[in-house]
Write a protein that binds this ligand. Structure first.
Ligand SMILES: Nc1nc2c(ncn2[C@@H]2O[C@H](COP(=O)(O)OP(=O)(O)OP(=O)(O)O)[C@@H](O)[C@H]2O)c(=O)[nH]1
Ligand SMILES: [Mg+2]
Length: 437
């Protein structure tokens, strides 16, 4: 018989609130940590905020706090403690000893989630590299590997599944090997990227905080199929699809990894290449959960990351904000938000914004019109008369441009009004100079 009993990890989620730090957001941070735990498939049975005046070098928490945790663990039969902060390897080990359960910190948690979610070869390699760097920086095994060694259930098995040697030398060898594999994968992707650029396709990239609704929007405006779930970091790799635009033209749209505050540095480094895909976009769509009380803070965090990689308006890249999840707002507030967005679209100094609900589809039509407008802003409209001796120009325009009007003229000529990208207009002029007068 098969053993159908699935072992579910029952977690105590602890958010350390530093009493000197800016306060007021601890509830939200705790909620986010609970979301991260759920994303990992752990049941967050108990969650609490623990005030920290000064961090204890050996145990992080004070002894009374540890006793409280131990009592909850006992009473609720918990088997993992998630600390929404950074622990030193010593603190982690001492806490595990004191509480007699596994202890995982924020970096470890995010690494585990990324390990579960990575779907492409590049994603998996990136996560494994990040994990190895994390381990090397701590010179201890992450708890997953400890667990596996102790003969654990295999819960939360990491990417690669190889037995990772704690020996620094072997770790380094492995890191080098991974890096060169990653280079191979990236070379292939660079080729694809170059092909996309050469093809003159216009590119729209979705960016935004994790769980803002990027994949839901992506699925709604393309023809579906990408993993969208109420889980943090549902998407870890960049995916490209055709985006049909209202006028009948099309663009390419990419969905990518969500941003988060305090992303462990190892992960920023590993995912840099993925994030840099956003650099090639003609227009960025910044998807925001407008119903999130911390939406402004999230916005700043996303803009910071964009700035760090050299993307966004400060670097001359067009950006449109998508104020998503409007369905979650009370009617009065929604009206308010709508008028704010309208003002943003009319005032040149403000970033264009559209209020939508990716879930219901409300506002998506207007958004797409805005996207098309932004994409075609630098387009040129050419009025040309094609004479029979250069009739191939007609086919060329049909293939490369968007024909707005076409009418027969004198002596077998055809008068055409065509919309072309800046670069195509240049090509057309060079190639059919005899038609330009
Ligand atoms: N109520 C409501 N929920 C939405 C809306 N758009 C998306 N969601 C929900 O928000 C959750 C997250 O959506 P995703 O599309 O996976 O978010 P994401 O930005 O791709 O997240 P990551 O890939 O983790 O960065 C899902 O449960 C969606 O169903 C919306 O307009 N209204
Ligand atoms: Mg997603």
């Amino acid at each position: 018989m098969y053993d159908l009993e699935v072992k579910i990890e029952r977690a105590l989620v602890v958010h350390p609130r530093f009493t000197d730090a800016r306060s007021g957001d601890a509830d939200y941070d705790l909620e986010e940590a609970v979301g991260l735990a759920e994303a990992l498939g752990v049941a967050p049975v108990e969650a609490r905020i623990v005030p920290i005046r000064d961090v204890k070098v050996s145990n992080f928490f004070g002894s009374g706090q540890i006793e409280d945790m131990a009592a909850s663990i006992q009473a609720l039969a918990l088997n993992v403690v998630i600390v929404n902060g950074e622990l030193t390897p010593i603190q982690q080990r001492n806490l595990e000893k004191a509480l007699n359960v596994k202890v995982i910190d924020r970096t470890g948690l995010i690494l585990e989630i990324f390990g579960l979610r990575a779907a492409t070869k590049e994603g998996r390699l990136q996560v494994e590299l990040a994990r190895l760097n994390y381990e090397r920086s701590r010179l201890v095994r992450t708890w997953t590997h400890l667990e596996r060694q102790r003969g654990g259930s295999g819960f939360l098995s990491g990417p690669g599944e190889t037995q990772i040697e704690s020996d620094r030398r072997q770790l380094n060898d492995k890191i080098d090997k991974l890096k060169s594999q990653l280079d191979d994968v990236r070379r292939t992707r660079d080729l694809q990227r170059a092909k996309r650029r050469r093809s003159d396709e216009r590119i729209v990239a979705l960016v935004g905080y994790t769980n803002a609704g990027k994949s839901t929007l992506f699925n709604r405006v393309t023809t579906g199929g990408v993993f969208a779930q109420d889980m943090l970091f549902a998407t870890l790799d960049t995916t490209h699809r055709i985006l049909p635009l209202p006028s009948g033209q099309s663009a390419i749209i990419s969905d990518t990894v969500g941003f988060i505050s305090d992303l462990p540095t190892q992960l920023i480094t590993s995912f840099r290449a993925t994030l840099e895909e956003t650099l090639e976009a003609d227009v960025l769509l910044h998807v925001r959960d407008i119903s999130d009380p911390l939406t402004s803070r999230r916005r700043e965090e996303v803009m910071d990351v964009l700035n760090q990689i050299g993307a966004g308006p400060d670097h001359g890249q067009a950006l449109i904000e998508v104020w998503n999840k409007a369905d979650l707002l009370p009617a009065s507030e929604r009206e308010n938000i709508e008028s704010l967005a309208e003002r943003a679209r009319t005032e040149a100094s403000l970033t264009d914004a559209f209020v939508v609900s990716c879930l219901s589809g409300a506002g998506i039509g207007d958004l797409l019109e805005g996207v098309e407008e932004a994409l075609t802003r630098s387009d040129e409209i050419l009025d040309v008369t094609i004479t029979p001796d250069v009739f191939s120009a007609r086919a060329w325009l049909h293939e490369n441009g968007h024909v707005i009007n076409e009418a027969p003229g004198d002596a077998g000529a055809v008068a055409m009004t065509v919309r072309l990208t800046e670069s195509d207009a240049g090509k057309f002029r060079a190639r059919f100079s005899e038609l330009m007068n």
